[in-house]
Design a protein around this ligand. Structure first.
Ligand code: ATP
Ligand code: MG
Length: 348
């Protein structure tokens, strides 16, 4: 094959690819390979371009054995670390010397690596979250069988703590299942009609005992007439419950939580008519460093306080997926020391 043919052939490949012949030089490279490795790579010794030992070794082996080999190339595209699967295949009859060259191609396997990493992180997180209450329960069982065997008062207290810890595990499993369900339905559009005015009123009613216990007053502002959106009633209710519960739990020190419902002819966030729900508190606020990660599973801004309040760190992750399913948007604004406002915008 002539140089021009080599060039056309590489240009047609959908992957970054280059040819290294027996002179150990790169004799051709396509645009994708130049983007990955640099513009001036043709003519250079391959080991000065591909400096990673495992890649050099794979090419070396292919050149020597006139066969196939594989390895990995690690890079960074400016925004993130990337991983490429490198495949080396020997092609007879091309190249300047000794009649052959190695075709080296690079497949981007970064998304697969990331999915694997996410799965490992998730399993580690779940195990950790379950282990903490489980360890406590096991410790108390031991105490009940031993030192507290004949102490009814202590037994009662320990059983109370065990109940709390078991409750936490139960909530965690419940939240995980509901997250799973929401995620698996995320691409299916909800079809029901939901009256936000009524849902807000009834959610506030059911959270009133929690608010009273925390010394928080619940207020709501908005139209008294129905405000309808297309949605899944249970899920909308879960969004409201999670946001208001958070405002009470974490913003309660401000003494007041307000839910505001409004409508707009056109909201830029959803490019059309929308209903807007705002849940604001006058609590301690959230440090801006936490804001981008708040909707990640298991992420807690103040992990000690959240755990103490029985939080699993899944509430906002569930909210985010529900809002996505409804083609809506969620925003958080928070000022340290003066409070937090969560806004959910739903298309009408
Ligand atoms: N209104 C708020 N004010 C201050 N911090 C908040 C507020 N809402 C949420 N946060 C912070 O965001 C974190 C994540 O909230 P999220 O609802 O996802 O989890 P959680 O409340 O800890 O647990 P769960 O809701 O599953 O019981 C909380 O742990 C808390 O630190
Ligand atoms: Mg929560």
């Amino acid at each position: 094959m002539s140089d021009a043919l080599n060039h056309d052939f590489l240009a047609a490949m959908p992957l970054a690819a280059l040819l290294v012949d027996q002179s150990e030089r790169i004799i051709a490279a396509n645009t994708e390979a130049q983007t990955l490795l640099g513009q001036q790579i043709v003519g250079r010794h391959y080991a000065t371009i591909l400096r990673q030992p495992q890649v050099i070794e794979a090419i070396e082996r292919s050149l020597r054995d006139k066969g196939a080999s594989r390895s990995r190339h690690l890079a960074n595209d400016g925004a993130q670390d990337t991983t490429f699967e490198v495949a080396c295949r020997y092609v007879n009859g091309i190249g300047a010397v000794a009649g052959g060259a190695v075709l080296v191609s690079f497949t981007d396997v970064t998304p697969m690596e990331q999915a694997g990493q996410m799965r490992r992180d998730f399993v580690a997180n779940v195990s950790h979250e379950l282990r903490t209450p489980l360890t406590a329960i096991m410790g108390f069982i031991e105490t009940l069988r031993g030192p507290a065997r004949n102490d009814p008062a202590a037994q009662d207290r320990f059983l109370g703590i065990m109940e709390q810890e078991a409750g936490r595990m139960n909530r965690l499993v419940g939240d995980l299942l509901s997250l799973n369900r929401v995620e698996s339905e995320e691409r299916i559009r909800p079809r029901g009609a939901v009256d936000l005015t009524a849902q807000i009123a009834s959610t506030l009613n059911s959270l009133r005992p929690l608010a009273t216990e925390a010394g928080v007053e619940l207020h709501s502002t908005g139209p008294e007439t129905p405000v309808n959106v297309t949605g899944d009633e249970d899920q909308i209710r879960q969004v409201l419950t999670n946001l208001i519960e958070n405002a009470i739990k974490y913003g309660g020190r401000g003494g007041e939580v307000r839910v505001t419902l409004s409508e707009a002819e056109r909201d830029p966030a959803v490019r059309g008519p929308a209903a807007r729900i705002q849940v604001s508190d006058k609590g301690a606020g959230i440090d801006p460093v936490h804001l981008p990660r708040l909707t990640e599973r298991f992420y807690r801004a103040d992990s000690h306080r959240s755990r103490q309040k029985g939080g699993t760190g899944l509430g906002l992750a569930i909210v985010k997926h529900i809002v996505n399913r409804h083609r809506g948007r969620m925003r958080v604004e928070s000022t340290l020391g003066s409070g937090t406002t969560f806004t959910v915008i739903l298309p009408k």
